[in-house]
Design a binder for this molecule. Sequence first.
Ligand code: AMP
Ligand code: MG
Length: 430
Amino acid sequence: MKKVDEHISDILESVAVLPARRLPLAAAHGCALATDVRATIALPSFDNSAMDGYAVRAADVEQASPDAPVRLPVTGEIAAGAALPDLVAPGTAVRIMTGAPFPPGADTVIQLEWTDGGTETVAVHQPARRGLHIRRAGEDVTPGSLVLRAGSVLGSTQIGLLAAINVARPPVRPRPRVAVLSTGSELVAVGNAVGPGQIVDSNSHAVAAAAREAGCEVRRLTDVPDDPAQFEAALRAILPEVDAVVTTGGVSVGAHDVVKEVLAATGEVRFERIAMQPGQPQGFGVIDGVAVFTLPGNPVSALVSFELFVRPALRRMRGLTGPDRPRPVVTVAERFTSPPAKRSFLRVLVGRGADGGLVAHSAGGQGSHHLSAAAGANALLVVPEDVTVVEPGDQLTAILLAADPADDLLAGLAVDAVPASAVASLEANV
Ligand code: AMP
Ligand code: MG
């Protein structure tokens, strides 16, 4: 049987980063930058006031105090959005608003609170050093400077920065377009009457959600019965429109395992038995440049294999190189068994123990059809191939899945819980 790691590396070698595209900011949100971005303008782009107040010369208000305010005639007002302001003559003041261009002649801003707020003349109660409350052109960003590196993920702050430097369509790695196709003549679309022997199709929804969580645009194709011709037609029709296809079901050794029947015959997908539980039967291939993952049909097997094989491939397509799931070492609270020569991924709930360390409890039934237990888990406990019995107190690696509880668990997590390679790429993105 093929090792899990070997399967992962085979897949990663076969998928490429998606070609860069210039996308509007909203669509680029969450994507990785495809190239370095340099500013073409300065930020601030002109000297401006950081306060509502008065532009004056510091020398003119040197003697100001609350008891003996300095009075200056107010000769004008500069609002935000005003064009180049006039010179401020010695011994005068100009009202100025936050963000308004700072006028020549003046050299400091007296904030409104240090004055009487006058409009004809102003009484200044405090002196100010030269340059106070002036935001200088280029003090944040200079023209030509590198503001964001290739690979940076565009969160809200990065989107704001791009907008500020007037980049409307940054070059990014687009979200992969993923088709999810679940097969099985027993399947009924959710919300419909379920007849004898039928079950509700949950995989297409679960896998579509997992693909969206992995940052993809997803199309769900359903109503694909266990019929080779219909399956093949559905698959071929969608290929030109997507970057990846994920199927569930029909890959084991049953009589109507159409996915395997069709794609093994064409030789476009390699079907293999992976030394793991759940998720042993796996298929992967690249058809017309589209990555095709054929996952097993049992709901937990499908989700675990998505996590292990599909998610890293999608992240590679997205150009994401930083760390993904935290993988801390946890203390196991219960006894588990694991088949020999297979890596098990047990559904567990990781929390803080009495001593503050991370402890993993079983989330419930460990069958590959036990979806409710999986839904109560926040981590996969990784039991190595050479371990068949796990005893309470044993230390094993867990893959933390759930975002919110994981965030909480991350507080104080040892840094070496994140792979060194991941830290390196994180730093490269600073
Ligand atoms: P298969 O891999 O097609 O042999 O399916 C394995 C098991 O998973 C069977 O019990 C199927 O009924 C179940 N299964 C397959 N596809 C789905 C699906 N889309 N939703 C829920 N269960 C499924
Ligand atoms: Mg089936």
